[in-house]
Write a protein that binds this ligand. Structure first.
Ligand code: ZN
Length: 188
C-alpha cells in the first residue's frame, strides 16, 4: 500500500528545496525593507512548468502573488461544469490577468490587486466562499445578507457534489488553464 503521508512529506521537502526566498526587500507600498520575495516552480501535467511568485510585507501587510508559465500558451477561454465531488480535484492555473466568472455567483475581474495562483476547484470555491462570508458578515442590509448566505449554501452543496456550477476562465495573456478533459477550450 502506498504511504500517502510519506508522499506529503516528500512533496513538502521538494517544495522547500526548490523555493527561493529573498528577505528584507524594499516594499513597493510602504517603502520599508520588510518585504519577502518568494519564487517557486511547479510542474503541472498537460500544462508545463509554472513559476509562482509572491511578495509579502510584514510591515504594512502588502501581499501580491502571480504565476507565469515557462512556455507560451494561446489566449484561451475555458468553460467547466462542476458537478461531482471528483471535480474538486481538477487543477487550475489562474494568472493575475485572468477573469473568472461563475454565473449567478461571482465575477472576478483582473485589476491591480488581482492575484495569480495554482489551485484546484475546491481551493477556488473555498477562496470565493471566504470572500462572500466576509462581505456577508459586514453587510447590514437584511436581504443582501440573506442572498449571501444562499450563495454560501450553494457553494457548500457544489463542494459535496450535490449541485452544479459553471466556471468560466478567460485569460488574454494565455497564462491560465483549467486542466481537465471535461473543460471546454476555445480561442479568445
Ligand atoms: Zn510594506
Amino acid at each position: 500500500m502506498a504511504d500517502s503521508t510519506t508522499d506529503i512529506f516528500l512533496n513538502l521537502f521538494i517544495l522547500q528545496i526548490s523555493m527561493d526566498t529573498l528577505e528584507k526587500q524594499p516594499c513597493p507600498v510602504c517603502g520599508k525593507k520588510t518585504c519577502t520575495l518568494m519564487e517557486d516552480d511547479q510542474d503541472i501535467p498537460y500544462f508545463g512548468k509554472v513559476f509562482i511568485f509572491s511578495m509579502t510585507c510584514t510591515e504594512c501587510g502588502f501581499h501580491k502573488a502571480d504565476v507565469e508559465p515557462a512556455e507560451r500558451h494561446e489566449p484561451t477561454k475555458f468553460t467547466l461544469v462542476v458537478e461531482t465531488e471528483e471535480d474538486m480535484e481538477i487543477r487550475l492555473v489562474k494568472s493575475g490577468e485572468a477573469s473568472i466568472k461563475i454565473p449567478y455567483v461571482v465575477d472576478i475581474t483582473p485589476g491591480p490587486s488581482s492575484e495569480g495562483y495554482v489551485t484546484n476547484i475546491e481551493g477556488l470555491l473555498m477562496k470565493i466562499k471566504n470572500r462572500i462570508s466576509a462581505s456577508v458578515e459586514a453587510e447590514e442590509d437584511k436581504d443582501k445578507k440573506k442572498a449571501g448566505w444562499k450563495l454560501i449554501k450553494k457553494l457548500n452543496k457544489v463542494m459535496m457534489g450535490r449541485d452544479k456550477l459553471k466556471i468560466i476562465l478567460e485569460d488574454p495573456s494565455g497564462n491560465s488553464a483549467i486542466i481537465s478533459d471535461k473543460a471546454v477550450k476555445k480561442k479568445l
